[in-house]
Design a protein around this ligand. Structure first.
Ligand code: BGP
Length: 467
């Protein structure tokens, strides 16, 4: 297939904390990031890309460069500075202005309710591990639906449960910086999926007119060689990071095979998972009503079996080759010499995206529609005379869009693509030197410059063909 369907959405993605800046303006409360990042003293998120003030400029650019969709998120702590209680009128008004501006530019907003930004007081109560947090999240969602539900057609409950728990409890690069606690990570994922499900059910009960989905990061896992041990290791990481969440999302329960593998991981890591029959009733009702799944895809991983203790080094600097990722009871990610990687050691493997899309069609045939809600390449872009020659990014996006075209041709219902990111934004663990944007941001002046990729993306969205 050569052309994308007429209805295919060409968009770009942002997230509130990474784009807005203005972390102390407009009555905003804190998330768990501000104090942590200040104490670390490495990256300052307080201005980010200044989207709080520059959203009109960014939406004008999105429109001018052929985009008809944008992912934004609502910062929970702008609406409820403490996570619960009385809504903050300035925060509420800001998202009315932002959503109105999207609509007036014909850039459809796809709105996420939780994009890595739990309000600090709820984080301190235990974040997703606490019942109070989960109840408060449902209340926040109900508030947003009542407030913005007549304008927003596409809602996303949670962005990337796996990245949240991996960051918080496995890799340890998100507060509370715990490493290798797989049982906590699995428990928190389950809680996130039940919370997601409660919100889907609420949205449907109230008969809002739009659609609701969730976004997962879904990276394919391949055995580095075809031995039984390596295949088992790849299946184990696939189950932990992908299938556990897809089972919950699409079926509202974990399959016996998934539970077998999760139980083995828990056993080897001295933990357990607490679930209740009520959880599964809620999850099943939501699975039947879910409108779409968003897939974030950047990389795939090549896995070999691993008998050691968990050991991870997160490459946050772009020093190629410095990553280590081994998980007790799971496996170890290894370099595949025939697959190129970014400076942050992320394997560039578009086949992994196509394989994942086909996998969902085959194994979760009740999914309704998919969007690729994030895909893009982080690079150390340089601005020369007002221009950025980012041909590497164009090549990256081209091969991933081709993978999507191939999947559509094979019968997968993919309805749109959102490049990460619209403009350069703050990167959670990499700060500002890992740029993804179609528009270069000079973080001193906040001026925007279209990169070569922006012109290319415009021509693709206008012609609906890859060139
Ligand atoms: C996804 C997140 C985004 C974004 C992106 C790039 O996991 O949803 O918020 O940050 O990854 O990641 P990074 O900035 O770590 O390179």
């Amino acid at each position: 297939m050569k052309k994308f369907p007429e209805t295919f959405v060409f968009g770009a993605a942002t997230a509130a904390f990474q784009a807005e800046g203005a972390v102390t303006e407009g009555g905003k409360g804190k998330t768990y990031w501000e104090d942590y990042l200040r104490e670390q003293g490495v990256f300052d998120p307080s201005t980010a890309s200044d989207f709080y003030h520059q959203y009109k400029t960014d939406l004008a650019l999105a429109h001018e460069f052929g985009m008809n969709g944008i992912r934004i998120s609502i910062a929970w702590s702008r609406i409820f500075p403490d996570g619960t209680g009385t809504p903050n009128p300035e925060g509420v008004a800001f998202y009315h202005r932002l959503i109105d501006e999207c609509l007036s530019r014909q850039v459809e907003p796809y709105v996420t309710l939780h994009h890595f930004d739990t309000p600090l007081p709820l984080y301190e109560k235990g974040d997703w591990l606490s019942q109070e947090m989960r109840d408060a999240f449902v209340d926040f969602a109900a508030f947003c639906f009542a407030e913005y539900g007549d304008k927003v057609t596409y809602w996303i409950t949670i962005n990337e449960p796996w990245s949240v728990v991996a960051g918080q409890y496995i890799i340890g690069h998100f507060p509370p910086n715990i490493q290798y606690d797989l049982p906590k990570a699995i428990q928190a994922m389950h809680h996130m999926m039940v919370s997601h499900a409660r919100i889907v059910n609420l949205y449907k009960e109230k008969k809002y007119a739009g659609e609701i989905g969730i976004v997962h990061i879904l990276e394919s896992k391949y055995p580095i060689s075809d031995s039984l041990e390596n295949r088992q290791a790849a299946l184990t990481e696939n189950t932990l990071a992908n299938l556990f969440l897809l089972d919950a999302t699409c079926n509202g329960r974990y399959s016996p095979q998934t539970m077998q593998i999760i139980s083995d991981i828990l056993l080897q890591n001295n933990g357990s998972l607490i679930t209740t029959p009520a959880d599964f009733a809620v999850m099943q009702a939501a699975a039947e009503q879910l409108d779409f799944i968003g897939i974030n895809y950047y990389a795939s991983h090549f896995i070999q079996s691993y008998a050691g203790e968990s050991l991870i080094h997160h490459n946050a600097t772009g020093d190629k080759g410095s990553s280590i990722f081994g998980l007790k009871g799971v496996g170890q990610r290894v370099n595949n010499p025939s697959v190129p990687t970014t400076d942050w050691d992320w394997p560039i493997y578009p086949k992994g995206l196509k394989d994942m899309l086909l996998y969902i069609k085959k194994h979760y045939p009740n999914y309704r529609k998919l969007f690729v809600t994030e895909n893009g390449m982080g690079a150390k872009d340089v601005l020369v005379n007002g221009e950025v020659a980012d041909s590497g990014r164009i090549d990256y996006v081209r091969v991933h869009l081709q993978a999507i075209l191939d999947a559509i041709e094979a019968g997968v219902n993919v309805q749109g693509y959102f490049m990460w990111s619209l403009m350069d934004v703050f990167s959670w663990t990499n700060g500002y030197n890992k740029r993804y944007g179609l528009f270069y941001v000079d973080f001193e002046t906040q001026a925007r410059y279209p990169k070569q990729s922006a012109y290319w993306y415009k021509s693709v969205s206008e012609s609906r063909e890859l060139m």
